[in-house]
Design a protein around this ligand. Structure first.
Ligand code: LMR
Length: 399
């Protein structure tokens, strides 16, 4: 008997595992609509020009190579705090937010999970049905009991508002509730500004602990506009958490660049929270990777680079929107009778296509078209080159 005989193989990750299968697929015509990564018109994951320029400046500046503080680069934390809470928000100036640079948005969620479980001693979380596959996995790994609340109306391809709101009202007092700040993953369906006010009000009334997962800021209507959910919570006296990712809006997928913001009722409490977060980080990964944070801080601290970055985010957002239109048009052209017009109402990178697991499998096996098993499509993977083939394949599978 050897030590590792008892180790059974783990299943492949439902998202990143598919990327591996895609990479290994030898068919040259293959189309990747799986992982949430922005691709440009040429099907490439681009380096943003603002990022490349920031890298050049960083190389020239001869930056400090020592460890970052446990909580990360101070200039980064300050800038991304202002970004997440929105221009003109008074919260960042109050000292009520404990901000911490984390290895990506996933790192922010994992640190949040450890903090809530170990320091606040809460282990019950509610996630939307459906949600990003890693949400329940992250919190279950940290010892949480996972519950879900209704969210998506599959028949109308929109928000199941009434069921969602009623379910929120019934969540036991003090429980944790995970919400998507914008561009809901996987459905692309978001609450309206008025809904967010109502949601924040219910969270306050029920004394829930909201975590806003804010991984797609800038991909719905704009960097400032997309703070609507965070602002709705900030407008109350609620204590809540925000997990930000800069993988998508800066294209820093490899640099693992994210942030966790914990909003406390007063600045002394935020200080205590930060001290506990630092202990957790020190025992998990010591301190965060520096490179991505330097890039983000360099861009956000420069008027010129910031303006360039904002226009590049708008460019990505607009390309995705135009791909939604092209996709719907080409599905019609390919003779698909089902109306896919709902794709135009959905936000961000993802859409829930409504394709069934067997259809998704057939698309992959017979047509080399890859999407997530639950029918989620990364619209940012569509280009004017692949859209026709993609739609013909869907037409064949649906016929
Ligand atoms: C996704 O949902 O595809 C992205 O958030 C990437 C990931 O880590 O799963």
């Amino acid at each position: 008997m050897h030590l590792f005989d008892q180790v059974s193989p783990a299943p492949a990750d439902p998202i990143l595992g598919l990327s591996d299968t895609f990479r290994a697929d030898p068919r040259p015509e293959k189309v990747n609509l799986t992982v949430g990564v922005y691709q440009d018109e040429a099907g490439k994951v681009p380096a943003l020009r603002s990022v490349t320029e920031a890298e050049l400046r960083l190389t020239k500046s001869g930056r400090n190579r020592s460890y970052l503080p446990i909580s990360g680069l101070p200039a980064f934390n300050e800038q991304v705090q202002a970004l997440a809470f929105g221009e003109g928000s008074l919260l960042p100036g109050t000292g009520r937010i404990a901000s911490l640079q984390t290895p990506g948005g996933t790192g922010a969620l994992r640190v949040a999970a450890e903090f809530i479980a170990q320091v606040l001693n809460k282990r019950s979380i509610w996630v939307s049905k459906p949600t990003w596959a890693n949400h329940p996995a992250i919190f279950a790994r940290a010892g949480f009991e996972i519950h879900d609340y209704p969210y998506f109306d599959a028949k109308n391809h929109g928000l199941d508002r009434e069921a969602f709101i009623n379910a929120l009202k019934a969540i036991p007092e003090g429980d944790v509730v995970l919400l998507h700040g914008c561009c809901h993953n996987p459905t692309g369906v978001d609450p309206s500004a008025a809904d967010w006010e109502q949601i924040a009000g219910i969270c306050r009334e029920r004394k829930l602990v909201p975590i806003v997962d804010f991984a797609y800021q800038g991909f719905d209507r704009g960097l400032a506009e997309d703070t609507v959910a965070v602002q709705a919570f900030a407008a109350t006296d609620l204590e809540f958490l925000v997990a930000s990712s800069f993988s998508k809006n800066f294209g820093l997928y490899q640099e693992r660049t994210g942030a966790l913001h914990v909003v406390a009722d007063k600045s002394q409490a935020a200080g205590r929270v930060l001290s506990q977060l630092q202990v957790l980080v020190r025992t998990m990964y010591s301190n965060p990777p520096a490179y991505g944070a330097h890039i983000v801080a360099t861009i956000l601290n420069s008027t010129e680079l910031r303006a360039q970055w904002e226009s590049e985010v708008a460019g990505m957002r607009n390309r995705i929107r135009s791909m939604r239109e092209l996709f719907v048009q080409h599905l019609k052209n390919a003779g698909v009778s089902k109306d896919f017009g709902f794709l135009l109402e959905q936000n961000g990178m993802f859409s829930f296509s409504g394709l069934k697991p067997a259809e998704v499998e057939q698309l992959r096996e017979e047509h080399a078209v890859y999407m997530i098993g639950n029918g989620r499509i990364n619209v940012a993977g569509i280009t004017s080159d692949n859209v026709e083939r993609l739609c013909q394949a869907i037409a064949k599978v649906l016929s």
